[in-house]
Design a protein around this ligand. Structure first.
Ligand code: FE2
Length: 399
């Protein structure tokens, strides 16, 4: 395979709308990045992290040394959890505003990075709160510079304009999409990913897989989102089994990281539809549900629903996972079974009912899809007509 001829130990500078440093020991680039910020007059930054992983992954010591070297002061907010909330964002913003932060550094997976993106907006909109931002009460006009050190290979948030934060009292998990939160620099270092637990390793790559399945089949899919989708699926199919078996395999982590990053670019172009619109209510109701697991539980039913509208694209893109598809509309059951089989290899126990949900919640879930800011417009991007009935059918089949 062509990947054997790529040197995963060298650091590449990948230009998307963000500049991404990819490769083993890309973390060392934090020195150049902070030097660049300092040159731009930035001497105070807000650091947003989870509770521990930012240290355990090995990123923190490099950041502290680089901040010392370039005489940059920082204030840290380290309370971000999975499925971060508007309260996390407001607390981090308050600390950043008091300190006078001029930029934001996120270290972690999608949760700290999305919280940090939100903080970067709110530092620049002093009279606004995170509930204003995620309740769509204003359109962000600006944000302070964002630097991310990504520690999971799933969300792609290190390279795109999206962020997701929950409003707990409403069980809403809205997203924002705005050009002002493209990170200025991001680091994707596979060495920072090797401590990801085995189940999380699967869930984050399944998140990336879902990004591209939606981005290549949406009403705004384009040749670029399809190209990136194909490569993402090929790489996840090849390298996820290796990373699950040998978590320290740096080549596998490198290509899963690259796959997730380009999946982030794919959905920055092709956007998302059914699967994410239906997953956010699941982890909105149950914040302990990993996003990637929620997506995995929905994926076969979603693909079955849309297969007739995008059979050729899905047969092309999914070939490495469900071989032998010809792109014929009659294959919707084959692809449904094939995806379930593939997901079961990675510990996904199919059925929402086996993962804490029951059919009496379908009505509430459908309601949340239509009430949560931003989710209903995603349904309009599905390749065949989506309505309350089709949404309920997908939940029922996935149950
Ligand atoms: Fe996602």
């Amino acid at each position: 395979m062509w990947t054997e001829e790529i040197d995963f130990r060298s650091v590449s500078e990948i230009r998307t709308r963000s500049t991404v440093y990819l490769g083993v020991d890309a973390i060392l680039k934090i020195d150049d990045i902070l030097n660049s910020l300092k040159t731009d007059g930035i001497s105070k930054i807000a650091v947003v992290t989870g509770k521990q992983s930012y240290k355990k992954c090995g990123a923190w010591d490099h950041c502290v040394s680089a901040m010392d070297k370039h005489d940059i002061d920082y204030v840290q907010y380290s309370e971000v959890t999975a499925n971060p909330t508007v309260d996390h964002v407001d607390a981090a913003t308050n600390a950043a505003r008091k300190f006078g932060a001029q930029a934001v550094l996120a270290i972690g997976g999608g949760s700290p990075i999305d919280a940090a993106k939100s903080v970067a907006i709110l530092i620049s909109h002093k009279d606004k709160t995170a509930r204003d931002l995620y309740g769509y009460q204003f359109t962000p006009q600006r944000a302070v510079p964002i630097v991310t050190i990504n520690t999971t290979h799933g969300t792609g948030t290190e390279t795109n304009r999206f962020a997701v934060v929950s409003i707990p009292e409403k069980a809403h998990k809205p997203y924002i999409a705005t050009d002002v939160i493209y990170p200025r620099f991001s680091i994707d270092d596979p060495r920072l990913m090797v401590n990801l637990p085995v189940d999380q390793t699967a869930y984050v790559s399944i998140d990336a897989l879902n990004h591209v399945v939606e981005a290549c089949t949406s009403m705004v899919a384009n040749p670029y989102s399809v190209l990136l989708a194909k490569q993402t699926v090929d790489l996840v199919a090849r390298y996820l089994p290796i990373a699950m078996k040998t978590p320290g395999d740096l080549e596998a982590r490198y290509f899963l990281t690259y796959a997730a990053m380009t999946a982030g670019v794919s959905f920055d172009n092709g956007l998302l539809h059914y699967t994410h619109a239906l997953e956010h209510p699941l982890s909105g109701i149950d914040p302990s549900l990993p996003h990637g697991l929620g997506l995995a539980l929905l994926l076969p039913s979603v693909v079955k629903k849309i297969y007739s509208a995008r059979a050729k694209t899905l047969a092309f893109v999914l070939n490495a996972i469900v071989p032998g598809l010809k792109g014929d509309v009659s294959e919707s059951e084959v692809v449904f079974d094939g995806l379930n089989q593939w997901l079961s290899r990675f510990g996904v126990v199919k059925g929402l009912s086996n993962n804490g949900f029951d059919s009496s919640q379908i009505e509430k879930l459908v309601k949340l899809v239509y009430e949560t800011p931003g989710l209903e417009p995603l349904l309009g991007l599905a390749p065949n007509d989506a309505d309350r009935d089709s949404v309920a059918e997908i939940y029922a089949e996935a149950m």
